[in-house]
Design a binder for this molecule. Sequence first.
Ligand SMILES: *[C@@H]1O[C@H](CO)[C@@H](O)[C@H](O)[C@H]1NC(C)=O
Ligand SMILES: *[C@@H]1O[C@H](CO)[C@@H](O)[C@H](O)[C@H]1NC(C)=O
Ligand SMILES: *[C@@H]1O[C@H](CO)[C@@H](O)[C@H](O)[C@H]1NC(C)=O
Ligand SMILES: *[C@@H]1O[C@H](CO)[C@@H](O)[C@H](O)[C@H]1NC(C)=O
Ligand SMILES: *[C@@H]1O[C@H](CO)[C@@H](O)[C@H](O)[C@H]1NC(C)=O
Length: 511
Amino acid sequence: MRPKLDSVSRRDNNMLFARLWVVSFVVPLLSGNHVPSIFVGKRRSYGVRYYPEVENPATGNPTSVGNPLQYCVANSVLNFTGMGLRRIGDFFVNTTYARELYLDDNEITEISDTAFDSMKGLEILSVSGNKLRTDKLLWFHYHETLWRLVINDNVVNETTDDGNIRDMLEHLPRLEYLSLRRNGITRVHIQLDKFAPILNWLDLSGNKLQSFDFLVNLPRAMRNLYLQDNGCFCTINNLPSGIEHLQVSGNRIAELCNENCNGETSLSLKGLKKLRSLAASRNGIRMVSEDAFKDVTQIERMDLSWNELRFYPKTRSLNHLKYLDLSHNQINEVMNLCDSILTSIETLNLSNNHISMIDNNFVNMLYLKTLDLSNNRIAILPTSLIFNSRSLEVLLLRNNSIDDIDDLFKKNSFKELELHLEDNPFSVVQYYNFQVHLKQRDARSELTNRVSIESLGETSDDIVNTDDLDDTDNDASQSERFFDIALNKLQTKQRHLAEFAERAPRNVTRK
Ligand SMILES: *[C@@H]1O[C@H](CO)[C@@H](O)[C@H](O)[C@H]1NC(C)=O
Ligand SMILES: *[C@@H]1O[C@H](CO)[C@@H](O)[C@H](O)[C@H]1NC(C)=O
Ligand SMILES: *[C@@H]1O[C@H](CO)[C@@H](O)[C@H](O)[C@H]1NC(C)=O
Ligand SMILES: *[C@@H]1O[C@H](CO)[C@@H](O)[C@H](O)[C@H]1NC(C)=O
Ligand SMILES: *[C@@H]1O[C@H](CO)[C@@H](O)[C@H](O)[C@H]1NC(C)=O
């Protein structure tokens, strides 16, 4: 695909040039005239800019535009967006000059199979926002030059359309880019490698696919595959090995695996040696088999957020992984993460999990810049991480249960770190001889509720000295016990404060 993409950007550059050219020479000539917007301009080469001499097809409520216009500037762009077209007849526009044709946001229900036959040089065709039936979405004649086809948002009356793409007429030998988003497609019955043998970009996101079986016939050239938001209770395997970007978020895949896939629904990453990004958010993934990432050694970005993972998978190291999103899972311990698995990670998102202890775990991630641990259950400020991680730039600990941050001020540190501690229950900070009160007790009522709910049943309400959270045994191996103790102390302390405030409301700031 790369050569083509290069040519796109070249094209864009030239388009920019053409626009500049148009602005400086043509617009003054046209001011005051009604200029139909059909003809956008020419791209890539210079020439005279013509506007069609016919009346705007939008007026007169056309049902068909059959060969009405002559456009004779090389590399032109024809834009029929939003003109109320209903049917695209035979030999729609008889010109070999047009490179791009936009028929978006019309009422098109039917396209003649010969419509584009005379547009010999057409490279880009867009028919989004119309009313094409699903079974005819790929109803195209052989076309020599078309390389980009966009047919998004064609919504038809569901009672007359079963959402199956059944047929294709002929193949499109140059097609590299096919976008079929949000068309209500339920099944694809065609062999995509026959239809578009060098297709490398396929976007079927936002449909209602009920099966991914058609993926076995993907062309080997496939690089970018977008299947997200189909809600599909489906298994994906046998993907072409050249895939670089894969998005399957918003389906119902339960397992990530390689060879031994046991889950009812699974995504097999077998053989995907070139995969660079994977988005598998919002699937309900519960299982990740140990060899799941065995082949994806080049992966750089992975989004597994909003799943049901309870632990980070034990796996071999992913030496190129820079970005990992595990937010909104059910992870409660992060021990595995430090087994030198994520050696190159730069951004790690563990927010919205059930993590209570973190201790030293991230110190060995030498490139870690951003760590998000917000919305967890961390009770103790991770001082070791704060002071010893050399690369860390941003640490987010919002909305945890940290009620003591005095340790921050006990060390002289010249480290630069953006530390977020919003919505934690601490309200007092000891700094040399100062005791700094940072907020009213009320500000953490939400957290107080949460803590006391979690410790419900605790009745020992002896008022003890509770300002000694740090004196607790700091043994990581007893993390759970430790957390319980910390939680109890925290609760007692809050109760203590509450009672104290009741008794002497004006005196809260004593010590
Ligand atoms: C086509 O025209 C519509 C509105 O007239 C405009 O929004 C759209 O950007 C144009 N498309 C191209 C490719 O120029
Ligand atoms: C297209 O135009 C050419 C020349 O302008 C003409 O010879 C040819 O018959 C036209 N084709 C159709 C299908 O109208
Ligand atoms: C869909 O088509 C059926 C039968 O043709 C018709 O009764 C129904 O009103 C249509 N629904 C919509 C939303 O157009
Ligand atoms: C982590 O994920 C949460 C929820 O998905 C998101 O709101 C937050 O911005 C992410 N944090 C970073 C640092 O990207
Ligand atoms: C704080 O975290 C808890 C879960 O630990 C969550 O239920 C709550 O919505 C979070 N609050 C905010 C303001 O994000």
